[in-house]
Write a protein that binds this ligand. Structure first.
Ligand code: NAG
Ligand code: NAG
Length: 230
Protein backbone atom coordinates (compact mmCIF):
# COMPACT_ATOMS: atom_id res chain seq x y z
CA UNK A 1 0.00 0.00 0.00
CA UNK A 2 2.71 2.41 1.01
CA UNK A 3 4.69 1.55 -2.11
CA UNK A 4 1.76 2.45 -4.35
CA UNK A 5 1.45 5.84 -2.76
CA UNK A 6 5.16 6.40 -3.12
CA UNK A 7 5.13 5.57 -6.84
CA UNK A 8 2.11 7.73 -7.60
CA UNK A 9 3.80 10.62 -5.76
CA UNK A 10 6.87 10.10 -7.92
CA UNK A 11 4.72 10.24 -11.03
CA UNK A 12 3.10 13.47 -9.87
CA UNK A 13 6.42 15.12 -9.21
CA UNK A 14 7.75 13.96 -12.58
CA UNK A 15 4.75 15.47 -14.36
CA UNK A 16 5.04 18.74 -12.48
CA UNK A 17 8.77 19.03 -13.24
CA UNK A 18 8.04 18.46 -16.92
CA UNK A 19 5.32 21.11 -16.96
CA UNK A 20 7.52 23.61 -15.14
CA UNK A 21 10.34 23.01 -17.64
CA UNK A 22 7.99 23.51 -20.59
CA UNK A 23 6.69 26.78 -19.13
CA UNK A 24 10.20 28.05 -18.49
CA UNK A 25 11.22 27.08 -22.00
CA UNK A 26 8.25 28.86 -23.61
CA UNK A 27 9.01 31.99 -21.55
CA UNK A 28 12.56 31.84 -22.75
CA UNK A 29 11.48 31.62 -26.39
CA UNK A 30 9.11 34.58 -26.13
CA UNK A 31 10.68 37.84 -27.21
CA UNK A 32 10.23 40.41 -24.49
CA UNK A 33 7.71 43.05 -25.47
CA UNK A 34 9.85 45.81 -23.98
CA UNK A 35 12.72 45.42 -26.43
CA UNK A 36 13.96 48.68 -27.99
CA UNK A 37 13.05 49.05 -31.67
CA UNK A 38 16.23 48.81 -33.78
CA UNK A 39 15.70 52.29 -35.21
CA UNK A 40 16.46 53.99 -31.86
CA UNK A 41 19.58 56.11 -32.40
CA UNK A 42 22.46 54.86 -30.29
CA UNK A 43 24.64 57.05 -28.16
CA UNK A 44 27.88 57.79 -30.00
CA UNK A 45 30.64 55.60 -28.56
CA UNK A 46 33.52 57.47 -27.05
CA UNK A 47 36.96 56.26 -28.04
CA UNK A 48 39.21 55.48 -25.14
CA UNK A 49 42.60 53.83 -25.43
CA UNK A 50 42.24 50.05 -25.13
CA UNK A 51 44.75 49.93 -22.31
CA UNK A 52 47.23 52.16 -20.57
CA UNK A 53 49.83 50.71 -22.94
CA UNK A 54 47.89 51.92 -25.98
CA UNK A 55 50.42 54.34 -27.38
CA UNK A 56 48.71 55.00 -30.70
CA UNK A 57 49.43 58.67 -31.29
CA UNK A 58 46.33 60.82 -31.11
CA UNK A 59 46.87 63.83 -33.30
CA UNK A 60 44.60 66.70 -32.50
CA UNK A 61 46.21 68.72 -35.28
CA UNK A 62 47.26 67.31 -38.62
CA UNK A 63 50.97 66.54 -38.51
CA UNK A 64 51.85 69.07 -41.22
CA UNK A 65 50.12 71.90 -39.36
CA UNK A 66 51.72 70.87 -36.08
CA UNK A 67 55.15 70.82 -37.69
CA UNK A 68 54.59 74.12 -39.48
CA UNK A 69 53.80 75.67 -36.11
CA UNK A 70 56.81 74.07 -34.38
CA UNK A 71 59.26 74.84 -37.18
CA UNK A 72 58.31 78.50 -37.35
CA UNK A 73 58.85 79.03 -33.62
CA UNK A 74 61.74 81.23 -32.62
CA UNK A 75 63.32 78.62 -30.33
CA UNK A 76 63.26 76.03 -33.11
CA UNK A 77 64.91 78.33 -35.64
CA UNK A 78 67.57 79.48 -33.19
CA UNK A 79 68.55 75.91 -32.36
CA UNK A 80 68.60 74.82 -36.00
CA UNK A 81 70.87 77.71 -36.95
CA UNK A 82 73.18 76.87 -34.04
CA UNK A 83 73.44 73.30 -35.32
CA UNK A 84 74.02 74.62 -38.85
CA UNK A 85 76.94 76.67 -37.60
CA UNK A 86 78.26 73.65 -35.73
CA UNK A 87 78.05 71.26 -38.69
CA UNK A 88 79.47 73.90 -41.05
CA UNK A 89 82.73 73.70 -39.10
CA UNK A 90 82.85 69.94 -39.69
CA UNK A 91 82.02 70.60 -43.32
CA UNK A 92 84.86 73.07 -43.68
CA UNK A 93 87.22 70.54 -42.09
CA UNK A 94 86.03 68.15 -44.83
CA UNK A 95 84.77 65.71 -42.21
CA UNK A 96 81.24 66.07 -43.61
CA UNK A 97 80.47 66.08 -47.30
CA UNK A 98 77.36 66.62 -49.40
CA UNK A 99 76.97 62.92 -50.07
CA UNK A 100 77.78 61.78 -46.50
CA UNK A 101 75.31 59.38 -44.95
CA UNK A 102 74.69 60.73 -41.47
CA UNK A 103 72.91 59.12 -38.53
CA UNK A 104 71.77 61.38 -35.69
CA UNK A 105 71.24 59.30 -32.55
CA UNK A 106 68.89 60.62 -29.83
CA UNK A 107 67.88 63.38 -32.22
CA UNK A 108 65.00 64.65 -30.07
CA UNK A 109 62.60 66.68 -32.20
CA UNK A 110 65.12 66.74 -35.05
CA UNK A 111 66.90 70.11 -34.93
CA UNK A 112 70.19 68.63 -36.13
CA UNK A 113 68.46 66.60 -38.84
CA UNK A 114 66.88 69.74 -40.23
CA UNK A 115 70.17 71.66 -40.00
CA UNK A 116 72.00 68.97 -42.00
CA UNK A 117 69.21 68.72 -44.56
CA UNK A 118 69.17 72.48 -45.05
CA UNK A 119 72.93 72.32 -45.66
CA UNK A 120 72.13 70.11 -48.64
CA UNK A 121 72.95 66.68 -47.19
CA UNK A 122 70.50 64.22 -48.66
CA UNK A 123 71.18 61.11 -46.59
CA UNK A 124 70.42 62.12 -43.04
CA UNK A 125 68.50 59.91 -40.64
CA UNK A 126 67.45 60.88 -37.14
CA UNK A 127 66.37 58.37 -34.51
CA UNK A 128 64.99 58.70 -31.01
CA UNK A 129 62.97 56.56 -28.60
CA UNK A 130 59.95 58.71 -29.43
CA UNK A 131 59.47 59.53 -33.09
CA UNK A 132 58.94 63.05 -34.46
CA UNK A 133 57.97 62.47 -38.06
CA UNK A 134 59.09 63.23 -40.66
CA UNK A 135 62.52 64.20 -39.25
CA UNK A 136 63.04 61.57 -36.56
CA UNK A 137 62.05 57.90 -36.59
CA UNK A 138 61.61 55.65 -33.60
CA UNK A 139 64.55 53.44 -32.67
CA UNK A 140 66.34 52.38 -29.53
CA UNK A 141 69.85 53.92 -29.50
CA UNK A 142 71.08 50.85 -27.61
CA UNK A 143 69.90 48.59 -30.41
CA UNK A 144 69.98 50.47 -33.71
CA UNK A 145 68.01 48.92 -36.59
CA UNK A 146 70.76 49.48 -39.17
CA UNK A 147 73.37 47.30 -40.84
CA UNK A 148 77.04 47.45 -39.83
CA UNK A 149 78.85 50.23 -41.63
CA UNK A 150 75.69 51.78 -43.08
CA UNK A 151 76.75 55.38 -42.35
CA UNK A 152 79.72 57.65 -42.90
CA UNK A 153 79.08 59.67 -39.76
CA UNK A 154 77.16 59.04 -36.53
CA UNK A 155 76.39 62.06 -34.39
CA UNK A 156 74.99 62.32 -30.86
CA UNK A 157 74.63 65.02 -28.27
CA UNK A 158 73.27 62.60 -25.68
CA UNK A 159 75.86 59.91 -25.12
CA UNK A 160 76.50 60.83 -21.48
CA UNK A 161 72.80 60.59 -20.60
CA UNK A 162 72.61 57.05 -22.01
CA UNK A 163 71.62 54.24 -19.68
CA UNK A 164 74.50 52.11 -20.97
CA UNK A 165 77.06 54.49 -22.51
CA UNK A 166 79.33 51.67 -23.63
CA UNK A 167 76.54 49.90 -25.48
CA UNK A 168 75.34 53.21 -26.92
CA UNK A 169 78.83 54.05 -28.18
CA UNK A 170 79.22 50.51 -29.49
CA UNK A 171 76.05 50.85 -31.56
CA UNK A 172 77.14 54.20 -33.03
CA UNK A 173 80.44 52.62 -33.93
CA UNK A 174 78.88 49.50 -35.42
CA UNK A 175 76.67 51.43 -37.83
CA UNK A 176 79.59 53.57 -39.06
CA UNK A 177 81.78 52.25 -41.87
CA UNK A 178 85.50 51.67 -41.38
CA UNK A 179 87.19 55.04 -41.72
CA UNK A 180 83.91 56.78 -40.83
CA UNK A 181 83.38 59.12 -37.90
CA UNK A 182 81.61 59.11 -34.56
CA UNK A 183 81.01 62.66 -33.38
CA UNK A 184 79.74 63.32 -29.87
CA UNK A 185 78.99 66.53 -28.07
CA UNK A 186 79.23 66.71 -24.27
CA UNK A 187 79.24 69.50 -21.69
CA UNK A 188 82.62 71.22 -21.82
CA UNK A 189 85.18 68.91 -20.28
CA UNK A 190 88.89 68.39 -19.69
CA UNK A 191 91.30 66.46 -21.91
CA UNK A 192 91.20 63.61 -19.39
CA UNK A 193 87.44 63.29 -19.66
CA UNK A 194 87.68 63.45 -23.45
CA UNK A 195 90.02 60.46 -23.38
CA UNK A 196 87.65 58.61 -21.07
CA UNK A 197 84.73 59.14 -23.46
CA UNK A 198 86.86 58.20 -26.46
CA UNK A 199 87.70 54.90 -24.72
CA UNK A 200 84.01 53.92 -24.98
CA UNK A 201 84.59 53.72 -28.73
CA UNK A 202 86.76 50.65 -28.78
CA UNK A 203 87.19 50.33 -32.52
CA UNK A 204 88.05 53.98 -33.13
CA UNK A 205 90.84 56.37 -32.43
CA UNK A 206 90.51 59.93 -31.16
CA UNK A 207 90.83 62.31 -34.08
CA UNK A 208 90.42 65.45 -32.03
CA UNK A 209 88.32 67.54 -29.70
CA UNK A 210 87.39 71.19 -29.49
CA UNK A 211 85.43 73.53 -27.26
CA UNK A 212 82.57 75.32 -28.99
CA UNK A 213 79.22 76.93 -28.23
CA UNK A 214 76.11 75.01 -29.26
CA UNK A 215 72.61 76.24 -28.45
CA UNK A 216 74.07 78.70 -25.98
CA UNK A 217 75.97 75.97 -24.08
CA UNK A 218 79.73 75.56 -23.87
CA UNK A 219 80.36 72.07 -25.16
CA UNK A 220 83.23 69.85 -26.16
CA UNK A 221 83.04 68.12 -29.53
CA UNK A 222 84.81 64.78 -29.63
CA UNK A 223 85.55 63.25 -33.01
CA UNK A 224 86.61 59.63 -33.42
CA UNK A 225 87.55 57.80 -36.55
CA UNK A 226 86.66 54.14 -37.01
CA UNK A 227 89.86 52.15 -37.41
CA UNK A 228 90.29 51.02 -41.01
CA UNK A 229 91.33 47.56 -39.81
CA UNK A 230 89.94 45.86 -36.77
C1 NAG B 1 41.07 48.53 -29.68
O1 NAG B 1 40.03 47.59 -29.68
C2 NAG B 1 39.19 47.65 -30.83
C3 NAG B 1 38.05 46.67 -30.65
O2 NAG B 1 38.39 45.62 -29.80
C4 NAG B 1 40.01 47.35 -32.08
O3 NAG B 1 39.21 47.43 -33.23
C5 NAG B 1 41.14 48.35 -32.17
O4 NAG B 1 41.96 48.03 -33.28
C6 NAG B 1 41.95 48.34 -30.90
N1 NAG B 1 42.95 49.38 -30.98
C7 NAG B 1 44.23 49.18 -30.70
C8 NAG B 1 45.12 50.36 -30.84
O5 NAG B 1 44.67 48.11 -30.32
C1 NAG C 1 88.07 72.81 -23.20
O1 NAG C 1 87.81 73.42 -21.96
C2 NAG C 1 88.26 72.69 -20.84
C3 NAG C 1 87.79 73.34 -19.57
O2 NAG C 1 87.41 74.65 -19.75
C4 NAG C 1 89.75 72.55 -20.88
O3 NAG C 1 90.22 71.81 -19.77
C5 NAG C 1 90.10 71.83 -22.16
O4 NAG C 1 91.52 71.76 -22.31
C6 NAG C 1 89.54 72.56 -23.39
N1 NAG C 1 89.72 71.69 -24.53
C7 NAG C 1 90.24 72.11 -25.68
C8 NAG C 1 90.36 71.10 -26.77
O5 NAG C 1 90.58 73.25 -25.86
Amino acid sequence: MERKIQSSLNKVSFVSITIATLIAFSLFLQTPKTSIPPSTPQKPRLRFPNSTCDSTPRHYLPLSKKNARLWSSKSWMTQVSSFTEFFTQLYQMRLLKKHSKVLCVSAGAGHEVMALSKMGLENVIGVELIESLPLVSRANPHNLPFFDGAFDVAFSGHLVEALYPMRYAGEMERTVRKGGLCVVVVDECSEEEVKEIARLFRKSWLLGSSNVTLNGRRVTTIIMRHKASD
